[in-house]
Design a binder for this molecule. Structure first.
Ligand code: AGP
Length: 603
């Protein structure tokens, strides 16, 4: 939810911190701040809103120093104000924090004699550490002692008065990476932030804390024992974070879909069959597949449920991660639990994974960040190979989640004796034809740009779909909501007449995602129920579908004809472009929509 960074360098730290924060802004952008130690003295600069406000402030009020920490915030406790902006300070210590300290109220009560300036949980950490300094502890000891009193999730970086060659870093429930430079060292929420500085990264494990100096890092585990953690070389792709000439990251990533989907399918297929060279999944041995995720990743799982059940005959449950573990569902030792997460750091999904870890037969994850927490805590972590996704609204990651899930469903079908080699080759062939079809759908962008001008004025929009197009309707509604701020809902088409049809009037656009499949005629009936009440139907179908049912509708969009089984992957493209262009018409911040963050690392 927030991004933290720290540098111990031989250059001025402030510009390096700001550059690193730019690469973390996708994690939150309510406020930003940095602190440095210069001539032994701590000082800080903080600003509300986007990072450029902090950069502007630093022009007028420069902050010297070669040791520093920085933070970009997604507000959890306390509104987006300067006094709530990190770094938080208490006397001789400043701290930046990603996460939630669940016992901060009790800690704050015990520190009642201290002067607090903010409404945040994080400030409590600084005051607690200062009390241990007051007792004569060294900065290392004070920070280590502070950690023992914290409950909840945190990634932290401490900086101290008089310490120009020390950052204390800690990780529990939120990711934290240590970067190794030449005579310099870095701390960051993820490797992307540090990629211009180094490709040598050490990821802290749960409960670890670290004393970072320019000569290296000393890592301790939760019990204070010195431990070794591997240093890995991160993929070069993490450094390729730019818009490549596009107006926004989101549209760049929409247009990357043919390429990255092809990469994903090449990884999971070969010779007309699904191949998982480095994973030993046995879907024949499992009696139930449990899929758990949040947001767009959850909708990918809902689509995949149709595939696992129809292609593989495998009973499948799909759960919202934030609901899953609190329901305390029975998980048999013959169940396979599959967690889907682009970031691999979503706190709700990670917590759900931990709930199944000693219960399910296998804990599998599908992630876009191989070294992420969810990947590291799975028995088997499968990549989606979508490349770095910066746009807060997930697009290419969603597409590759579907691509990988489709391959897993086909593998399950083969392993469970539900698929002949010929049918498997047919399904794989359809998947492999998708990148080209997606290119054809992307060619409809100008038409969609024009059509969405009418949508931008809507107060509310309905999305309808049947079968696997129902979760696609859910995803379309989410995309529109999260970047255009227009209220949108999705319904299974057949459900409309059980209440929601009361919403229909001549002000309500109803976007119907309906390839010409076995359910098409029923969907047309639902469309006609909407049109009979002056609803404005926008039919997204293929040529045959538009020819059959496009008469008299408000708008139509004709997609290539595809085997209905994988149609949701193709229909994701218009859903994404409709949301994107509606947002452009409305002038909202497409890559960093209000109130959102890319990686939700708090529950
Ligand atoms: C998607 O457009 C949203 N930004 C959000 O719903 C996202 O899919 C969700 O937070 C899950 O994130 P994850 O895939 O990184 O776990």
């Amino acid at each position: 939810m927030c991004g933290i960074v720290g540098v111990l360098t031989d250059h001025e730290a402030a510009p390096i911190l700001v550059e690193a924060l730019k690469r973390l802004e996708y994690r939150g952008y309510d406020s930003a701040g940095i602190a440095t130690v210069h001539n032994g003295m701590l000082d800080r600069r903080r600003a509300v809103g986007k990072l450029h406000n902090l950069a502007d402030l630093l022009v007028y009020e420069p902050l010297p120093g070669k040791a520093g920490i920085g933070h970009t915030r997604w507000a959890t406790h306390g509104g987006p104000t300067v006094r709530n902006a990190h770094p938080h300070r208490a006397g001789r210590v400043v701290v930046v924090h990603n996460g939630i300290i669940e016992n901060y109220r009790a800690l704050k009560e015990a520190l009642a004699d201290r002067e607090f300036e903010s409404d945040t949980d994080t400030e409590t950490i600084a005051h607690l550490c200062e009390t241990f300094l007051d007792r004569g502890m060294s900065p290392r000891e004070a920070a280590a002692e502070t950690l023992k009193h914290l409950e909840g999730a945190f990634a932290l970086a401490f900086l101290f008065d008089g310490e120009e060659d020390l950052i204390v870093a800690a990780r529990k429930g939120s990711p934290l990476a240590i970067g190794h430079g030449e005579g310099e060292m870095y701390v960051g929420s993820d490797a992307i932030a540090l990629s211009p500085l180094t490709d040598r990264i050490t990821y802290l494990d749960e409960g670890d804390y670290a004393f970072v100096t320019r000569s290296g890092v000393e890592i301790r585990d939760a019990d204070g024992r010195q431990v070794h953690r591997d240093t890995v070389k991160i993929a070069a792709q993490a450094a390729q974070v730019d818009k490549a000439g596009h107006k926004h990251f989101m549209v760049k990533e929409i247009f990357e879909q043919p390429t990255v989907l092809a990469q994903c399918l090449a990884h999971y297929t070969g010779n007309g069959a699904v191949e998982l060279p480095d994973a030993d999944l046995d879907f024949a041995a499992t009696d139930r597949l449990i899929m758990v995720a949040c947001g767009t990743a959850h909708y990918a799982c809902l689509v995949a449920k149709y595939w696992f059940e129809q292609i593989a005959g495998l009973p499948c449950d799909v759960d919202i991660a934030s609901e899953f573990r609190y329901r305390e569902p029975p998980v048999s030792d013959r169940a396979t639990a599959l967690f889907v997460s682009q970031s691999g750091e979503t706190a709700d999904t990670l917590a759900a994974l931990r709930y199944t870890r000693d219960k399910a037969m296998a804990v599998v994850s599908l992630v876009n960040v191989p070294q992420s927490s969810i990947a590291r805590e799975s028995d088997t972590a499968l990549p989606i190979l979508a490349g770095v996704e910066i746009g807060v609204a997930s697009t290419k990651a969603f597409m590759n989640q579907l691509g990988a899930l489709a391959c897993l469903a086909i593998l399950a079908g083969r392993q469970r004796g539900q698929l002949t080699p010929e049918r498997e080759a047919e399904l794989v062939g359809t998947l492999l034809s998708l990148p080209a079809m997606i290119n054809q759908a992307l060619a409809l962008e100008d038409q969609i740009r024009h059509q969405t001008g009418k949508l931008a004025e809507a107060r509310s929009v309905l999305f309808l779909g049947r079968g696997p197009m129902y979760p696609m309707a859910l995803e379309g509604a989410l995309k529109l909501k999260e970047i255009s701020y227009i209220h949108a809902e999705a319904y299974a088409s057949g459900e409309l007449k059980h209440g929601p049809i009361a919403l229909v009037d001549n002000n309500l656009p109803v976007i119907v995602l309906a390839p010409r499949d076995a359910l098409f005629d029923k969907t047309v009936s639902n469309m006609q129920e909407v049109m009979a009440r002056d609803g404005k139907v926008w039919l997204v179908s293929d040529a045959e579908g538009v020819a059959l049912a496009g008469e008299g509708v408000w708008e139509t969009l004709t997609l290539p004809t595809i085997d209905p089984v994988f149609a949701p992957m193709l229909y994701a493209v218009p859903a994404q472009l409709i949301a994107y262009h509606t947002a452009l018409h409305k002038g909202t911040d497409v890559d960093q929509p209000r109130n959102l963050a890319k990686s939700v690392t708090v529950e």
